[in-house]
Design a protein around this ligand. Sequence first.
Ligand code: NAD
Ligand code: DAU
Length: 349
Amino acid sequence: LCKPQHILVTGGAGFIGANFVHWVMKNHPEVYITVLDALTYAGRRSSLKGCDESRYTFIHGDICDAQLVEQILAQPGKRTYDGRPIAPIDAVVHFAAESHNDNAIADPMPFLQTNVTGTAVLLQAVRKHHIRFHHISTDEVYGDLSLDSPEKFTEHSPYRPSSPYAASKAASDHLVRSWFRTYGVPVTISNCSNNFGPYQHVEKFIPRQITNILTGRPAKLYGAGLAVRDWIAVDDHCAAVWAVLTRGKLGETYLIGANGEHSNLDVLRLILTCMGKDEHDFEHVADRPGADRRYALDASKIERELGWHPQHTQFEEQIERTIAWYASHQEWWIHDKAATERSYQLQGH
Ligand code: NAD
Ligand code: DAU
C-alpha cells in the first residue's frame, strides 16, 4: 500500500491532470501537490483556480528538462503546509503528454519528444530517488476493435497502436515496464478509455461540438460517425487513478473504463438534442487517415482487485452537466476557439 504525502502531478494544468488535482484536494486533504506543466497550447493555469494555494506548488517547466526534474525530485522538503513541514515528494502521477490524434497526424515529432523522451527523463529521476511512479496511458495502445464484435480490450490484449499518438503512448508504456523489470522502479500503469467533463480542450470531440453550437458554428462529424468510443466521466478516471496509485500492485497494468460505448453519431445527436437543436443539424467532414473504429475496455480487473467502480455512468446526465459547464465557463475556452477551428479547417475537418 502506498500512502503518498506529497505527489508530483505532471501535466496538472491539462484536462485530466487538473481534474485530478481538484479531486485529490477534495478527497485527500492531507496530501500536498506539486504540479509540473509546460503550459503548452493544451495547458491552462486557470484550470487550477479554486484550488487552495497553500496546498500546492505550480512549476512551469518541461518534463524533458532532466535538470529541472532532478531539482524537483531531490528537494529536501523544507517548506511548511498548515504549520507542518512539507514532506519530500514520494509519488509521481504522470499525465503530461501531447494528447490529440489530429495534431499527431499533422506533426508527430512533439509526441515523440514529450511522450517518449519526457517519460524516460521522469523514469530516470524516480529511479535515482526511489520514488513511486504511476503512468497514465490510453486504451489506444491496443489498436481498435471491429464494430460488430463483442470483444473488449483486456490487460492481456496485444499492443497494436494505429496512430502516431497511440504509438508514442505505447512506447512510453514499454519504457515504464522495462524500468520496473530492469531497475526495480516501483511503477504501475493505467490505460483508460475516452474521458469527458470540465476543462477539456475545445479540440476534442465532445467540447468541440458543444462550443461550436454555443458560438453558432455547425457541429462536425468525422466520416459517417459510426466509430465507437467507450466514454468515462473524468471524475471516475481520477478516482481509479487514486485506487491504482495507493492500492495497485507494483509492475501491474490496470484498464479503466465504465462500459460507456456510444457511436460518435449517437453522441452528437444527444448533444444536439440536449442543446435544443435538430438532431440532423451537423456537417460531415473528412475522417482521419487510418481512423480507429471502436474502443471498448474490460475493467473487471480494477473492479475486482481494487474495488473501484465508476459512479457517474448516467451518460445523458453527464453530457448535460458538461454542456452546462461549457455554457457557464466561456471565459475558460473562448480564447482557444477560433484558432482551433482555423487549424481544423486547414486539415479538412
Ligand atoms: P491534455 O492535452 O489536456 O493535457 C496535457 C497537459 O500536459 C497540458 O497541461 C500540457 O501543458 C502538459 N504538457 C504537454 N507537454 C508537456 C511537457 N513536455 N512537459 C510538461 N507538461 C507538458 O491531455 P489530457 O487529455 O488531460 O491527457 C492526460 C493524459 O491522459 C495523457 O497522458 C493522455 O495520453 C492520457 N489519456 C487521455 C485520455 C482522454 O480521453 N483525454 C484517455 C486516456 C488517457
Ligand atoms: O481512447 C482514449 C483517447 O481518447 C485518449 O488517449 C486521447 O488522448 C483522447 O484525445 C481521445 O482520443 P480520440 O481520438 O478517441 O478522441 P477525439 O475526441 O479526438 O475523437 C473522438 C472521436 O470523435 C473520433 O472517432 C473522431 C471523432 N471526431 C472528433 C472530432 C474532434 C468527430 O467526429 N468530430 C470532431 O470534430
